[in-house]
Write a protein of this length. Structure first.
Length: 333
């Protein structure tokens, strides 16, 4: 799972103890220590994904669009721990940064390291022109929510996943077009309540489990390369979505599932939702998908519409928080 969630108890730090520990760029040689770092995280929920994706996470040394920071404890006499903390910062656009995977070793929690890692992310992102930084946290992860607020983040939005099953014969009451519709899709999205609730955010096409502001240029690119869906009525567009990316995911049984991800969906009413999810189901079936996930706003109306329209939904929402990096607001004192 390529989510971007802060580790519980990772950062309600009272001071900057262990400030003698160095923060440096992570490397592949740190993998064994990172596995040890994450060994006790979310054991009741299947364990931490980071130990499995860490090799794919690591950037080239001269890659300037992302940076993985690591707290090197190998020279410390306090314990035999090699890595005391980890976090990654990614530039998603010219001024939007995404922070993910903050982890603090169990022997070093509540000692100031998460604060130092956050500062490293803020400084790195500011140097590259970021005016805002965001992260995502599971709604059940209450300690991480508090830690993020203490680090300077403020609530941004919340969303949930819908999972319409691939079905070549799915149908809805309204026609749905997939050609020459980027301009109409943008008009519908820009005026939708979903956009207001999500603060203009949708899934990033390259960085999994990351959100950034959706632009008209994005929809034009998706219309040409992937697929944009508009629910068409005589009165105008009543729903919009787009295919974001495809990927393979290994199940607990060791099998591989083919997933298709749809970056955001918005609609006017239940019939439009039915039509939109039917079009997504047909699209997924055409591409031989096993599973889908569709980002929808976490509102009573949107979630109940999706359920009423027959789309399975995730059990819990995810929260997005953000920090202002345009001035002093993003600096943690």
């Amino acid at each position: 799972m390529h989510d971007s969630h802060t580790k519980p108890d990772a950062g309600t730090d009272a001071d900057d103890a262990h400030s003698d520990l160095d923060i440096r760029q992570a490397t592949l040689e740190d993998q064994d220590a990172v596995v040890e770092l994450t060994s006790d995280i979310w054991t009741d929920r299947g364990g931490d994904y980071l130990q499995y994706v860490y090799p794919d996470w690591i950037e080239d040394h001269d890659d300037d669009h992302k940076r993985t920071f690591l707290v090197d404890a190998s020279g410390s006499d306090a314990s035999d721990v090699a890595v005391a903390g980890l976090v990654q910062a990614v530039m998603l656009s010219t001024d939007e940064a995404w922070f993910q995977g903050l982890r603090i070793h169990r022997d070093y929690r509540r000692r100031g390291l998460s604060r130092r890692l956050n500062r490293a992310c803020f400084d790195w992102a500011r140097e590259r022109g970021a005016t805002v930084g965001r992260l995502m946290i599971f709604s059940w992860n209450a300690p991480a929510l508090g830690a993020s607020r203490s680090a300077g983040y403020e609530p941004a939005t919340e969303f949930r996943w819908a999972h319409p099953a691939p079905d070549p014969d799915a149908s809805g009451p309204d026609p749905v077009s997939t050609a020459d519709n980027a301009a109409r899709a943008w008009r519908s999205w820009s005026q939708s309540g979903a956009r207001d609730h999500l603060r203009g955010l949708a899934l990033d096409a390259d960085e999994s489990w990351a959100l950034r502001e959706l632009t008209r240029a994005d929809l034009e690119r998706f219309a040409a390369d992937e697929g944009v869906f508009t629910v068409d009525r005589p009165s105008g567009v009543a729903g919009v979505s787009y295919r974001n990316r495809t990927y393979n995911r290994e199940t607990e049984a060791g099998e591989t599932e083919h997933w298709i991800e749809y970056g955001v969906s918005a609609w006017d009413d239940v019939d439009a939702a039915r039509s939109l999810f039917a079009a997504i189901a047909r699209d997924a079936a055409h591409l031989d998908a096993d599973r889908t996930r569709v980002l929808i706003p976490e509102t009573v109306e949107a979630v109940s519409d999706a359920s009423f329209a027959g789309a399975p939904i995730s059990d819990e929402p995810d929260f997005v928080l953000e920090v202002d990096l345009s001035g002093s607001h993003g600096q943690v004192e």
